[in-house]
Design a protein around this ligand. Structure first.
Ligand code: VGL
Ligand code: ZN
Length: 196
């Protein structure tokens, strides 16, 4: 069983959004077209409460600066993907009808969650691993936003958990903050993720 995992294709990560990723919207039609090739479709949705601890505004700090949190370093982001907001909705053209599961992450006010599997403490599970295992899904292909953050963390966790993990780099787009894209590619390859 091979699942397509579509990471955070939401308005705030697309041009015009609060944390816009260049060309983030360009991947939507080819992702829709790819869905027919998979046994299962899973979407993730970044889903933060207002005042989330990953927001720069919560610390009176500038966006894109780094702070130390109890679980390690954390980039402070512009307010984005606030629960129930238009920015948190999926891109209007994304085919959400085909989705078997939508997993929401980042809802814990105190911990960010880049990965679809674990919050950024690397311990608190989202439940996705259990869902995949009980459905007999062994192979995962990742697409979506952003290559260097949520796709990267999700794919690395998947490989560490023993899933066969592939990232379609052509169907991802990156924030590329301070060398983060190159570091992510190196880290994913080292973790055993297949980069296509
Ligand atoms: C993401 C930064 C903050 C992502 C989510 O989807 O890559 N990046 N929240
Ligand atoms: Zn976020």
């Amino acid at each position: 069983m091979h699942a397509l995992i579509v990471i955070d294709v939401q308005n705030d990560f697309c041009p015009g959004g609060a944390l816009a990723v260049a060309e983030g919207d360009r991947i939507v039609p080819p992702i829709n077209a790819l869905m027919d090739d998979f046994d299962a479709i899973i979407l993730t949705q970044d889903w933060h409460p207002a005042g989330h601890s990953s927001f720069a505004t919560s610390h009176n700090a500038d966006p894109m600066t780094l702070i130390q949190m109890p679980y390690g370093p954390q980039v402070l982001w512009p307010d984005h993907c606030v629960q129930g907001s238009t920015g948190a909705q999926f891109h209007a053209d994304l085919n959400t009808t085909r989705a078997d599961l939508i997993i929401r992450k980042g809802h814990n006010p105190a911990i960010d969650s880049y990965s679809a599997f674990f919050e950024n403490d690397h311990q608190t599970p989202t439940g996705l691993e259990g869902y995949l295992r009980t459905r007999g899904i062994t192979d995962l292909t990742f697409v979506g936003l952003a290559t260097d953050f949520c796709v990267n963390y999700s794919a690395v966790d998947a490989a560490r958990l023993g899933f066969a993990a592939t990232v379609r780099l052509d169907l991802c787009r990156a924030i590329d903050f301070d060398g983060s894209l190159e570091a992510a590619k190196t880290g994913m390859a080292k973790a055993g993720v297949t980069l296509v």
